[in-house]
Write a protein that binds this ligand. Structure first.
Ligand code: AMP
Ligand code: ZN
Length: 454
């Protein structure tokens, strides 16, 4: 069998043939660490985790890089405005390093809580790779792809006729849709910064000498330089959220392919958004939900993982607390059922099941179907410990770990939720008492309730 994935570049499903046999190299655009990551960002890293686990399941060695953007990402994603990290440092009265370190720690913690596998993942930081970025800009300049103006060094889009090939970006549309503050010195409005100069009236905390003047790298060159350093000129798979397609990833392609004269990545994959209140959940909105917020509302990170896996990575998700509550109940129920069934020895055809698991997940990471198949086996009681371990090596739901709420308590909770929506408070109080008699407590929040052990 072979892994089939959707490639944004070719706009089709492709059978994957990696550069090296039984080995896959992948680069995932990492977070800009100026604020907490929200559950939308984490959806994108859950997607890359499933990708990694799928390759491992199929016997590949995985070389995986997630970069950390700790400088150079400008507030509106364009080239004019404040650096997100510097701005956050001023706002919080901290140094840029302190801000980055703090949010990197939170990010790593969230990855762990979500059981995202990172044992062999490399996390290079942009500020640790400044010389590599300068070298790449020099190469671009020496080959006529870069030019210097008063506020920085820019990439000249007109020197790369394939610009916009990822996602078939219409440059005229991009130009019209982009809030570019017109910089008269740029050759075309959508030329983008490779290096920006520190301004005379500005005291930046993070700035470096360069052949062009003191300043800092653009956000896009960071990825190109780190990808090259850690994975080589061409690697197998590059991922990010769909918001990266039009500009960030096309810019990475332009820089890397002009500097190295070979394709940057063979497969480009993009995760759809987690939407909230009818739009993309977004850090810059200031109103978002983090993994810790979920925990405060008694939703476990692994229930969130289950919730996300119920949808394929290419489909948008519209987040509602009530949906995640239902997912949490389903997730606990699944673990309960597995625990019960495994008390007895089951006779199962492991090979057939393993083949089916492979077929489902190798079909462009079809996690909803994989969960459905697991449920089918659980409902017909055709599982054993080895089979559950196989499923879990991809799903990562800690299916054999025992923090289980008994089925009877879950049923009472569901009845009580219904009574609450019907505003039948006498009944809901009675049910609460029953739940408490069984050694559990029920916590109510605005739109959800949760069971905890007393
Ligand atoms: P950032 O730190 O903003 O660069 O984002 C980190 C990753 O999260 C990128 O791959 C983004 O594409 C992705 N991302 C941002 N917002 C969302 C969202 N609402 N849903 C899913 N992924 C997102
Ligand atoms: Zn990137």
């Amino acid at each position: 069998m072979s892994i089939k994935l959707y490639n944004t570049l070719s706009k089709g499903i492709e059978e994957i043939k990696t550069i090296r046999e039984n080995e896959v190299s992948m680069y995932h655009c990492g977070p800009t660490v100026y604020d907490y990551l929200h559950i939308g960002n984490m959806r994108t890293y859950l997607f890359s985790d499933i990708l990694r686990r799928t390759f491992e399941f199929s016997g590949y060695k995985v070389n995986q890089v997630i970069n950390i953007t700790d400088v150079g990402h400008i507030v509106d994603d364009a080239d004019e405005g404040e650096d997100k990290i510097e701005k956050s440092a001023i706002k919080n009265n901290k140094t840029a390093k302190e801000i980055a370190n703090f949010f990197i720690d939170v990010f790593f913690n969230d990855l762990k809580k979500l059981n995202i596998e990172t044992k062999k993942t490399q996390f290079p930081r942009a500020t640790d790779n400044i010389q590599e970025q300068i070298k790449m800009i020099q190469k671009l300049e020496s080959e006529g792809h870069a030019y210097k103006i008063s506020d920085g060094v820019y990439f000249d889009i007109s020197t790369f006729p394939e610009y916009g090939k990822l996602g078939n970006i219409d440059l005229k549309g991009l130009q019209a849709g982009h809030r570019v503050v017109l910089n008269e010195e740029k050759r075309t409005p959508y030329d983008f910064a490779l290096w920006k100069f520190s301004q005379a009236d500005e005291k930046r905390q993070q700035e470096w000498d360069s052949p062009w003047g003191v300043g800092f790298p653009g956000w896009h060159i960071e990825c190109s330089a780190m990808a090259q350093k850690y994975l080589g000129n061409t690697f197998d798979i590059h991922t990010g959220g769909i918001d990266h397609i039009p500009s960030h990833h096309n810019n990475e392609i332009a820089q890397s392919e002009c500097a190295n004269h070979v394709p940057l990545a063979n497969i480009w994959m993009h995760g759809a958004f987690l939407n909230w209140k009818d739009r993309k959940m977004s850090k810059s909105d200031g109103s978002f939900i983090t993994i810790s917020d979920l925990e405060k509302n008694n939703v476990s990170p692994l229930s969130y993982r289950y919730f996300i896996l119920q949808t394929r990575y290419r489909q948008p998700i519209f987040f509602e607390f009530s949906d995640i509550q239902a997912s949490q109940t389903a997730y606990y129920r699944l673990k309960n059922r597995i625990k019960d069934i495994l008390k007895n020895n089951q006779d199962v055809n492991e090979e057939n099941i393993e083949n089916k698991i492979t077929e489902i997940i190798e079909n462009d990471l079809d996690t909803p179907n994989l969960l459905a198949y697991l449920w089918e086996l659980v409902n017909t009681e055709i599982i054993n410990k080895e089979i559950i371990q196989k499923f879990d090596s991809i799903l990562g739901l800690k299916l054999l770990e025992q923090d289980i709420i008994p089925e009877g308590v879950l049923k009472l909770k569901e009845e009580r939720d219904l009574a609450r929506t019907e505003k039948n408070f006498t009944k809901s109080d009675e049910l609460r008492n029953k739940i408490q008699d069984l050694g559990y407590d029920v916590l109510d929040n605005a739109d959800m309730s949760e069971i905890v052990k007393k």
